[in-house]
Design a protein around this ligand. Structure first.
Ligand code: FES
Length: 159
């Protein structure tokens, strides 16, 4: 059974060659960020292969579509698509559960605080009404109507 070494902690786990790395990490309750649940559409689960790149499966089409064909440069793979036939060392230092949860919390709370209340809406309406009342005569705008289309007069011939 291949041995997977997880940096920066240095923890080692064994996994079968048919199990995706993300699944093995989750079984060990090691956090890996994912939005798509492992179907290769979010690219959140990227890990860096430090050692044992020769033991990795070739990236499937879905992975190449997301990350491009640059593994030889970046050494990055989607952990949901990565399987290994031999020992492998990966770096998951970019997956910080606390930071991700905090980001999500801030996102939600800022959305809630930015929602308009009824008082806000009535204040905005009052401001607009006051603006309209203060406009000089003839500058109201928006009162022009298109000329009606006349069917009783034949169109002028074009030159
Ligand atoms: S979990 Fe979304 S791409 Fe791997």
């Amino acid at each position: 059974m291949p041995i997977l070494t997880i940096l920066p902690e240095g923890k080692t786990i064994s996994l079968s060659s048919e199990t995706p790395v993300m699944e093995a990490l989750r079984d060990e309750e090691i956090y890996i960020k994912s939005s798509c649940g492992g179907v290769a559409s979010c690219s959140d689960c990227v890990v860096k292969v430090i050692e044992g790149a020769d033991h990795c499966n070739p990236p499937p089409f879905e992975e190449t579509r997301l990350l491009g064909n640059v593994f030889h440069i970046t050494k990055e793979r989607l952990s949901c698509q990565l399987k290994c036939t031999g020992d492998l060392t990966i770096d998951i230092s970019r997956h910080d559960k606390a930071a991700d949860e905090n980001k999500l919390k801030n996102k939600t709370s800022s959305f809630v605080t930015k929602r308009r209340t009824k008082d806000d809406v009535s204040k905005i309406r009052e401001d607009r009404a006051q603006e309209r009342a203060e406009r000089p005569e003839g500058k109201e705008g928006g009162k022009r109507r298109p000329r009606p289309f006349r069917t009783d007069v034949p169109p002028k011939p074009r030159k």
